[in-house]
Design a protein around this ligand. Structure first.
Ligand code: FES
Length: 111
């Protein structure tokens, strides 16, 4: 088992995550406010842009990300670190950005 350091740019928060754990599970344990919902790779709420480093997330493409997006964005509920990482949370792959915006607009319209 190898431990990696995951840093969130913007807040500077860091968390140690093994290659056997998901980034989100460690954030929850450490009280880091990483957004999430489904925890099974379906809603994409937990997405973060990979500023530096690599992750293992073999399901990302099956969940709708393109191959290129799967290299640039981590679904933190499914992703395990493969190196030390710098992540920018709250950043979504372009192919789903439109969907997320329309859901937000729908939610706002319901208010
Ligand atoms: S929490 Fe839904 S995809 Fe990660």
């Amino acid at each position: 088992m190898t431990e990696y350091t995951v840093e969130f740019v913007g807040t500077g928060e860091t968390v140690s995550v093994s290659d056997k754990q998901t980034i989100l599970s460690r954030c929850i344990e450490e009280g880091i406010a990483q957004e999430y919902s489904c925890r099974v790779g379906m809603c994409l709420a937990c997405s973060a842009e990979i500023v530096e480093g690599e992750v293992e997330q073999p399901v990302a493409v099956a969940r709708g990300l393109t191959e290129e997006e799967a290299e640039r964005y981590a679904l933190t509920c499914m992703a395990r670190p493969a190196s030390d990482l710098k992540l920018d949370r709250g950043k979504y792959p372009p192919s789903i950005e439109g969907d997320a915006e329309s859901e937000t607009e729908t939610a706002a319209a319901d208010d």
